[in-house]
Design a protein around this ligand. Sequence first.
Ligand code: ATP
Ligand code: MN
Length: 462
Amino acid sequence: MASIREILSRDPDGATVVVKGWVRTKRETKGTVFLELNDGSCFRNVQCVFDAATLDANSRNALERAGTGAAVAATGSLVSSPAAGQTLEVKASALELIGEADPETYPLQKKQHSFEFLREIAHLRPRTNTFGAVARVRNRMAFAAHSFFQERGFQYIHTPIITASDAEGAGEMFQVTTLDLDAIAKGGKSVDYARDFFGKRSYLSVSGQLNVEAYCMALGSVYTFGPTFRAENSNTTRHLAEFWMIEPEIAFAELPENMELAEDFLKRLLSSALDDCAEDLEFFDKRIQSGLRESLEAVRSSKFAHMSYTDAVAELEKRKDSFEFKPFWGCDLQTEHERFLTEQVVKGPLIVTDYPKELKAFYMRANDDGRTVRAMDVLVPRIGEIIGGSEREYRYDALVGAMKAKGLDPAAYGWYLDLRRYGTAPHSGFGLGFERLIRWVTGMENIRDVIPFPRAVKQAEF
Ligand code: ATP
Ligand code: MN
């Protein structure tokens, strides 16, 4: 059995093929029945044409019952198609009905469904054009990310998902426990975490960074790519409670090298999307976000602009009145600010660096000005922040000082501080939110529509 993707790349030489897939549509005119089959291997369907009169009883019965959504196997010969928009079709001689889909109850009928509705049937939405395409792009982007790093000698490190340290030092974590909370609440006792599974409070990780730094200080160029969790109570189109993050970390590297890596990485991912997912992108360009391909091509051949946070705020202050949230030095950049900078000011990707230390995590290297840290956020049109990263504070005393200033107990980070105690060296890295990337390259608006089974506030179905 060959996939539809493979079949559609062949010549119409009349050879016998067996196509297995799901019926997208069935049409009938004057005894000829057209089944559009899709098997997910590519965007396109293959059209199978049946002359009902020539079929045996089994096939005729199968054809009768094979409606939208049914799983079938069609056998026939591969011929050139007279229909517009397709070069090949299957002149079918037999049909097997593998799994029926009752048209009375099958939720995916031919009409357009809203993304909101499709979110409620997340187990069936991959059978639509849009979600099939999203899944294929996602797959290809993961492959491109691994390829990019592997080709450059980066080693893939599997960092833990359960952690007892808070990577950001800023809450918003899901707690992991095996304690019987009901019993504790009934007993009116306070919780004794010494009796919990790990003997202390533990959480789902918000980032693999601290762990990957340890391997960076031994293997040089490393990355992690895995699920991360944030209990952000923010109901936005940009935030998930469970998302995937790609986090490279490079030894002996300062911020400029990190910025270069981020730029090369994003361009490589875009190239792969444009070249390897051309058919799916054509659909997104036509149906989801017009001008998508052009905008991605422009980024691929651009040079990313650089700007300090201080200069960025100065730009924003010139246009104060166009923002809901008034910008000032020291403010966290809002998405409206980020988008203004990348879309209006530099008209392309922008790396903003050297943020006020109050806005960023404790592990970022302090600048000599005493006010800013060597942070970098990569902002792209339509999305705003897509990457957050920094040069790390590798000086022991400065790191301990930064922890204390943020109210963190250095004793809780003993192993992390060891990396600065023994053979410390400059190093830098960043985190790319995988779903933000997929939103960017597909033009899909809501982050819940670019991950198979989204987890967000009050949403953990399936
Ligand atoms: P934002 O300000 O957009 O919430 P952040 O500053 O919290 O982002 P970082 O902590 O720097 O983000 O995380 C690194 C990257 O992870 C971000 O640049 C973004 O791509 C992604 N990211 C962060 N939070 C989420 C989330 N809740 N859902 C999906 N992706 C996220
Ligand atoms: Mn956030």
